[in-house]
Design a protein around this ligand. Structure first.
Ligand code: FES
Length: 121
């Protein structure tokens, strides 16, 4: 298991995104409404730098003839073919069998954010 420093937690605001190099592995950390999530910056479709895409909200369930949209940026859009991936669990809305790799994120006693990578991931 390896841990990678992302930066001070108090400088990581909702909506922020940081991309780090973790021994040659590009990983992005997103702050979604104060909760940190880490995704590999590699699209499982064809290998694009997934986490460099725009973030956006999603359509919510509603009654017939109504449209409800959440402004919370919980989705990242792949810059190559525009498939959407949930930042929180890496799941693709285009193909539920495809997942972007996710990693644990921790804020330690030193008030810094770390990404934890288990070996081989
Ligand atoms: S490479 Fe990401 S959707 Fe195709």
């Amino acid at each position: 298991m390896s841990e990678y420093l992302v930066g001070p937690a108090d400088e990581f605001l909702p909506g922020d995104r940081r991309i780090i190099d973790a021994d040659g592995r590009s990983i992005a950390v997103f702050n979604v409404d104060g909760v940190l999530h880490a995704l590999r910056n590699y699209c499982p479709h064809m290998g694009a730098p997934l986490c460099e895409g725009e973030t956006r909200g999603v359509m919510l369930p509603g009654s017939p003839q109504t449209f409800r949209y959440s402004e919370r940026p919980t989705v990242v859009v792949c810059p190559w073919h525009h498939w959407e991936f949930d930042i929180r669990d890496g799941r693709s809305s285009a193909d539920p069998a495809l997942h972007a790799r996710t990693y644990p994120v921790e804020v330690r006693a030193d008030a810094n954010v770390y990404v934890v990578v288990r070996s081989g991931r």
